[in-house]
Design a protein around this ligand. Structure first.
Ligand SMILES: C[C@](O)(CO)[C@H](O)COP(=O)(O)OP(=O)(O)OC[C@H]1O[C@@H](n2ccc(N)nc2=O)[C@H](O)[C@@H]1O
Ligand SMILES: Nc1ncnc2c1ncn2[C@@H]1O[C@H](COP(=O)(O)OP(=O)(O)OP(=O)(O)O)[C@@H](O)[C@H]1O
Length: 275
């Protein structure tokens, strides 16, 4: 089962909630950068990871967390082996772990004859993490609350350049080091600023309205993100950090003058598309 990455086309912080999370409004789109989960029968639940030797294999892995939540909700002990082929950079703001968790919930639900309704899938996803409900459907969506409330739209086509600067950002650390921010923005505003121009092909207007308030964080990793943004700005692009970082993307509306500075950076980069 393909497990896509996502980028945040915008992320606005409305304020801090009593539960310690931040109230946000964000626009996300899945992209054609995938992990792959394969499920096979086994006498007990087991996880194998290929392509990454630092991720945990125990309940610290969001795939195991998703399988445990599936078991608690359905009473079914999954007798399934999952093989994860990891390609999405970790700690990059691309939602890799969240995407894997959503794919695990959907995969187990399918294998055991759909004991969970779509509504229940969303409820379980929200228990795993704020980004997980988005990945139940993917495509183009608006997320709000702490990110678990979702409005889906028809996916749009655009190409992008994605840069991963070979260091991670911790989501918690980025949020915890935010200065006080109180954006007065609603999901309807996000539709007006970003979604409507995107779906009506006014890509430049959408790009000019895009912002990521998490770039204001004082977390140390953001300094590195700013260096990546500078290099992309110097080659004529309008870059934005994805999610809590560390990756930076730029939507492509034409050709790029000169890639030399990026080639000399040693950073990982790919030309990708929205899916
Ligand atoms: C940055 C984004 O990826 C943008 O899509 C999401 O907002 C974060 O989603 P996520 O990685 O699934 O985050 P979670 O695993 O739910 O939370 C990790 C930590 O990030 C912080 N967090 C997360 C979401 C949110 N709306 N406010 C927060 O303050 C909290 O400290 C939380 O303990
Ligand atoms: N299956 C998994 N894939 C990737 N990370 C995982 C997974 N399970 C647990 N994690 C942990 O989650 C953290 C980061 O996950 P992830 O790669 O989703 O970060 P991210 O891309 O910044 O996601 P987000 O945009 O949701 O913040 C790391 O500390 C990693 O160890």
């Amino acid at each position: 089962m393909p497990s896509p990455a996502k980028i945040n086309l915008s992320l606005w912080i409305k304020g801090k909630r009593p539960d310690g999370y931040h109230e946000i409004v964000t626009v996300m789109h899945t992209i054609n950068l995938f992990d792959v989960l394969s499920f096979h029968p086994s006498d007990r639940f087991e996880l194998e990871i290929v392509g990454n030797d630092t991720l945990p294999l125990n309940k610290g892995n969001l795939i195991v967390k998703a399988a445990n939540i599936f078991k608690e909700a359905t009473g079914i002990k999954p007798k399934v082996g999952i093989r994860l082929k990891k390609r999405i950079p970790v700690g990059a703001g691309l939602g890799g772990g969240s995407s894997n968790a959503a794919s695990t919930l959907k995969g187990l639900n399918e294998i055991y004859g759909n004991p969970l309704s779509e509504k229940e899938l969303y409820q379980l996803a929200a228990q795993i993490g704020s980004d997980v409900p988005f990945f139940i459907k993917g495509g183009l969506a608006l997320a709000y609350g702490r990110g678990e409330k979702i409005r889906n739209y028809n996916p749009v086509n655009f190409k992008l350049l994605l840069v991963y600067p070979n260091f991670q950002c911790s989501t918690a650390e980025v949020y915890q080091n935010l200065p006080p921010i109180k954006r007065d923005i609603s999901p309807e505003d996000a539709e007006k600023f970003v979604i409507s121009p995107l779906v009506s092909g006014k890509i430049e207007e959408a790009i000019n309205n895009m912002v990521n308030d998490l770039e204001l964080s004082r977390a140390p990793c953001i300094e590195g993100v700013k260096k990546v943004k500078k290099v992309l700005e110097n080659i004529g692009l309008k870059p934005l950090m994805s999610g809590s970082g560390s990756s930076v993307f730029a939507i492509l509306t034409g050709s790029i003058s000169d890639l030399t500075p990026l080639k000399n950076s040693g950073w990982w980069y790919k030309f990708l598309s929205a899916v």
